[in-house]
Design a protein around this ligand. Structure first.
Ligand SMILES: Cc1cc2nc3c(=O)[nH]c(=O)nc-3n(C[C@H](O)[C@H](O)[C@H](O)COP(=O)(O)OP(=O)(O)OC[C@H]3O[C@@H](n4cnc5c(N)ncnc54)[C@H](O)[C@@H]3O)c2cc1C
Length: 317
């Protein structure tokens, strides 16, 4: 028979949103269980320096997440290495099935499953991730002051990232497969007027090239989609800006979503369309997608779960 665990608050996800929810829910004596998923620590474990986490002018992403996990654990969060495979939200307590076979029942659930940047899938892109290849201009643009940068993509994300990166870079080359942008007209106008940005139309990235020791990008090779001709562009940074996908697999058929699958929450709240189910972090955030905003939403979710449980008269089930 399947092992069943009941908790007042089940937190799904171990990024900044999940661990912060754990800290707050533990301090509210809710004895939360947090299920970590396939990527313990979340997206920040895939990067190197983080320079915008308050309190640390620089910290390695994996170290920050180890600290957050230890903090949540120290406050009393039970952290479990497991993967939630489905949730029944039709009645309370909610029931979550897991990969290990354990069934978790919970009076409230905090969804903090995050998002993933879309990547091109090139071997060289993978090799230089965190060493010149990034998917987040807000996070990493600052590292490229006075340098040449390449941005890949042609939609709103790419144009916004290219414009933002002109605050730091000496030159931004925007590589796009088509001969026109798919972004909003106003963004396109801004991009075309910006003297630091040079579009390279009808090209796709074929390889990121760089040094081995220390590992770092020195340029890219892009292929003309019609002629196959290769152009080499020197640069120190490559920003892949072809979009993000929220990790909404557990809830996309049950909760309201928008903007390409992000879970809708009520204004100024983490409440979803199902009472007792809260969503925090990149799963709900198509706009900021930052560790600190995710942590803030994790805090909100725990406080709102606490209030919800108090209104329900405490524990159910
Ligand atoms: C390369 C890179 C560099 C970045 N640099 C910065 C930076 O410098 N500063 C900054 O502020 N932000 C940065 N970001 C963005 C930041 O990492 C995210 O905004 C933040 O991690 C989002 O936190 P989150 O808690 O919402 O989710 P995530 O960090 O995405 O974590 C999601 C968690 O959910 C878990 N999960 C998913 N599905 C399941 C499931 N079914 N069951 C159980 N668990 C599940 C995963 O295992 C993971 O632990 C960067 C992102 C990337 C990719």
């Amino acid at each position: 028979m399947a092992d069943t665990r009941h908790t007042k608050v089940l937190i799904i996800g171990s990024g900044p949103a999940g661990y912060t929810a754990g800290v707050y829910a533990s301090r509210a004596m809710l004895e939360p269980i947090l299920v970590q998923g396939m990527e313990p620590g979340g997206q920040l474990t895939t990067t190197t320096e983080v320079e915008n986490w308050p309190g640390h002018s620089e910290i390695q992403g994996p170290d920050l997440m180890v600290n957050m996990e230890a903090h949540a654990r120290a406050m009393g969060t039970e952290i479990i290495s497991d993967l939630i495979t489905s949730i029944d939200m039709s009645k309370r307590p909610f029931t979550a099935q897991s990969d290990s076979g354990t069934v978790y029942t919970a009076d409230a659930v905090i969804l903090a499953t995050g998002a993933r940047a879309k990547w091109l899938g090139l071997e060289s892109e993978e090799k230089f991730k965190g060493f010149g290849v990034s998917a987040c201009a807000t996070c990493d643009g600052f590292f490229y002051r006075g340098q040449e940068i390449v941005v890949i993509g042609g939609g709103n994300t790419a144009v916004e990232e290219a414009l933002f990166l002109t605050n730091f870079a000496s030159k931004v080359t925007l590589i796009h497969r088509r001969d026109e942008l798919r972004s909003e007209k106003i963004l396109e106008d801004r991009l075309m007027k910006n003297e630091k940005i040079e579009p390279l139309w009808l090209h796709e990235l074929v390889e990121v090239v760089g040094d081995e020791n220390p590992l770092g990008v020195t340029g890219v090779r892009a292929k003309h989609v019609k002629t196959g001709e290769i152009t080499e562009i020197p640069c120190k940074g490559v920003f892949v800006a072809i979009g993000h996908a929220p990790a909404n697999e557990l809830v996309k058929d049950t909760l309201e979503t928008h903007m390409g699958g992000y879970v809708v929450t009520k204004p100024d709240s983490t409440e979803t369309s199902v009472p007792g189910i809260f969503a925090a972090g990149d799963l709900t955030d198509h706009k900021y997608r930052q560790a600190v905003t995710s942590a803030g939403m994790g805090c909100m979710a725990a406080l709102e779960a606490e209030r919800f449980l108090a209104e329900q008269g405490g524990e159910e089930g």
